[in-house]
Design a protein around this ligand. Structure first.
Ligand SMILES: NC(=O)c1ccc[n+]([C@@H]2O[C@H](COP(=O)([O-])OP(=O)(O)OC[C@H]3O[C@@H](n4cnc5c(N)ncnc54)[C@H](O)[C@@H]3O)[C@@H](O)[C@H]2O)c1
Length: 363
């Protein structure tokens, strides 16, 4: 049996890229990955054992079929699929499906199933899952907290890829700590996406003595993540998460920042385009302006970070660590419990891996 037994919540585009990636990298190829080995774990050690969704085109289907179903639109880059034996189970909907989804064509939006939800804790226990990854839509506050509670009850570590604050919330953090369960969160960064580019450039301005006066980061895309985020009321925590990831790299709080998802452009599909502008003042108050356009495939761009975050959960568990993993969260997430510089996060991750292994899951 594989050592990392993964349960997926939300079988959307990000889940598709992650599961395809498990297959793509199973033979040890490392190009395009951040890290090959994490505490003895290779990508090939991750196996999907359970998956939950609520869309009528995904529930009850084998995972591979569900991942290819509308409204998923991310590129398909592998032939075989890990997790073919897994059937997608009906989760409780709560606030996972925004009402405005019904106004759009079925091909591009969610269509909730009428099936009764399964007992998620029971499925987690019976599947032997030891890490749960949360890929719910932005704004699914109740649903995300329900699955976090289920992970705690079933004794499963968590990687929280969306901006409902769990790892960075002191009460939830304590609940994971007291159960000895690692958690990496919240709101995953892309491998090389708008957040890390913006944060790094802001840091560069600051390090070179340039005062950032104003900056915007406008993001557009055509997947369901962007469709869902058309409603401002679902976006509150996303804006906090994205803005803090940049503002924390600046020495004071005086810069005017406007950062967030800006529009849904259907034909972009999973292609995300970010438009970024930084206005600063340098020597003797003279102006410096920078403009940049970044184009990426949104979902594959975060799958490598997810694979690493999952493996840090397993490595931490082997070392007897529970609660939020500060360094991996700072490296892989926009809203970690503690924001660290890239170098400090990398150093912290190395320190974690040098801790003695107490209970190796891997023979
Ligand atoms: N690079 C990235 O793509 C990136 C980066 C940072 C954060 N994120 C976040 O990750 C999350 C997932 O992104 P995505 O592109 O895969 O979204 P998606 O819209 O493609 O998938 C979401 C899935 O969740 C399902 N769902 C809705 N309610 C549910 C419930 N109650 N229980 C179980 N499943 C439910 C939907 O049916 C859908 O299949 C989003 O919150 C997104 O903002 C993505």
């Amino acid at each position: 049996m594989s050592d990392i037994r993964l349960a997926i919540v939300g079988v959307g585009n990000c889940a598709s890229s992650l599961v395809q990636g498990l297959d793509y990298y199973k033979n040890g190829d490392r190009s395009g990955l951040i890290q090959q080995d994490i505490g003895g774990y290779q990508v090939g050690d991750i196996r999907v054992v359970a998956a939950f969704d609520v869309d009528e085109r995904k529930v009850g289907k084998p995972l591979g079929t569900a991942l290819k179903s509308a409204p998923n639109c991310t590129p398909w880059f592998t032939r075989d699929l890990t997790g073919e034996g897994v059937v997608v189970q009906m989760g409780p909907i709560y606030d996972g499906v925004a009402p405005h989804m019904a106004e759009y064509d079925a091909d591009v939006s969610f269509r909730p199933s009428r099936q009764e939800p399964v007992d998620v804790v029971k499925v987690l226990r019976e599947s032997g899952a030891n890490v749960l990854i949360n890929y719910l839509p932005v704004g699914s506050d109740q649903a995300a907290k329900y699955y976090a509670g289920a992970a705690l009850e079933a004794g499963v570590a968590m990687v929280n890829c969306m901006p409902v604050f769990i790892s960075s919330d002191p009460e939830w953090a304590e609940r994971f700590r007291s159960k000895g369960l690692p958690i990496v969160g919240d709101d995953i960064k892309s491998q090389l996406g708008a957040t890390i580019v913006h944060r790094t450039l802001a840091q560069l301005f600051a390090d070179r003595g340039i005062t950032v006066k104003r900056s915007y980061q406008l993001n557009t895309g055509g997947n369901t993540d962007f469709l869902n985020m058309l409603r401002q009321e679902r976006l509150k925590s996303k804006r906090i998460s994205k803005t803090e990831a940049v503002s924390s790299a600046l020495p004071d709080n005086k810069s005017q920042l406007h950062i967030g998802p800006s529009d849904y452009v259907p034909w972009l599909q999973d292609n995300k385009c970010c438009f970024l502008r930084i206005e600063g003042e340098g020597f003797a108050g003279q102006p410096i302006e920078l403009e940049l356009r970044l184009s990426v495939m949104d979902s594959p761009n975060s799958a490598g970070c997810a694979m690493d975050a999952i493996r840090y959960c397993a490595a931490a568990r082997d070392r007897g660590l529970g609660g939020p993993l500060e360094a991996p969260s700072a490296f892989f997430m926009k809203r970690p419990p503690v924001q660290l510089t890239l170098e400090a996060a990398q150093a912290g991750m190395e320190t974690l891996l040098h801790l003695p292994v107490l209970s190796p899951a891997k023979a």
